[in-house]
Ligand binder design. Structure first.
Ligand code: AMP
Length: 298
């Protein structure tokens, strides 16, 4: 008997929705073979087609797909950003049902961080957090690692699906899985983009329409750098990118060309290097991030 289990029913769709750790754990205990293959897609909601591409990838590889929706307070370094983060739970549930997701986990903050309980939280190595998002959002990755470790302990998936969109995040979670020898395979899925190249993001709805119409600037800059990779020094390319991104209403925080594994800035490249360009740009009052693999070693 499954206690406290919510069953979400639309015309022909069965989808489980759990709000507590206890209810999900009860469910997990009653699964037989399927438990060996749960694909897990952690999100903060306000879902778009980028998130749904992770659901699709998980459905192809796993018996069950679980999507969590949790706006994690510990990864927001600015309280106004947390307050303004879009929340569309009813629409998210509809989208997940239509996408064939099997289970939604939508916990409260108290479920994830039970009051009075000290959760051990791994500290990511300095090399991975010192630059880019880690530099401009102090404490962000400590919060990300904390919540993903906690969620993995609850969900117990075989595979974890994350987007290349958050390149540094995926690299840090890869480090965490390896260093704690967690038996979970990380699958990093490609960036889904709007027709004009803007990377899909929950934050895009907050863009002023005029700024939105010019926000393809990030993709265009990354693409131009990729094209010019072997024609100019990395220093010149970086300087050009920063200048190109510095247009009316746009203010770049960083444009870094880094090694795809160590995330360390590269000075020069050889043909076998794994090279990724990552950028964060304020577009009006909205902070956008994007990246592009410029060269991948085989
Ligand atoms: P978020 O809800 O923003 O925390 O994102 C949840 C997951 O979706 C993360 O692994 C993101 O990298 C991924 N994601 C966000 N945007 C995209 C996108 N445009 N394409 C692919 N994956 C994405």
């Amino acid at each position: 008997m499954l206690c406290g289990l919510f069953l979400y029913l639309t015309s022909a769709i069965n989808m489980y929705l759990f709000k507590t750790v206890q209810d999900y754990s009860n469910f997990l205990q009653h699964l037989d073979g399927d438990a060996a293959s749960i694909g897990f897609v952690p999100t903060m909601g306000a879902l778009h087609d980028g998130h749904l591409s992770l659901i699709e990838a998980s459905r192809e590889q796993n018996a069950l797909t679980l999507c969590s929706i949790f706006v994690n307070p510990t990864q927001f370094n600015e309280s106004t950003d947390l307050k303004k983060y879009p929340r569309t739970p009813a629409q998210d549930i509809e989208m997940l049902a239509a996408a064939g997701c099997d289970i939604i986990f939508m916990p409260s903050a108290d479920e994830i961080y039970p009051p009075g309980v000290d959760l051990d939280s791994p500290i990511p190595p300095k090399g991975l957090v010192a630059n880019m998002e880690g530099q401009f959002r102090p404490g962000h990755f400590e919060g990300v690692v904390q919540v993903v470790k906690r969620l993995l302990g609850i969900v117990q998936p075989a595979r974890l699906y994350m987007g290349q969109k958050d390149y540094q995040q995926a690299a840090i979670i890869g480090w965490m899985l390896q260093s704690f020898e967690l038996p979970v395979e990380l699958v990093v899925c490609p960036i889904m983009r709007e027709e004009d190249g803007l990377a899909m993001s929950s934050r895009n709805v907050r863009l002023d329409p005029d700024i939105r119409s010019r926000a393809t600037l990030l993709y265009q800059t990354l693409s131009a750098v990729k094209e010019r990779l072997n024609q100019e020094s990395l220093e010149d390319l970086q300087a050009w990118a920063i200048a190109n991104l510095s247009q009316k209403d746009f203010r770049p925080e960083y444009f870094d060309i880094v090694d795809g594994v160590s995330l360390q800035p590269l000075q020069d490249i050889t043909p076998t290097d794994f090279v990724v360009a990552c950028t964060a740009v304020w577009a009006g009052e909205v902070r956008l991030i994007d990246n592009m693999i410029l060269q991948q070693n085989s």
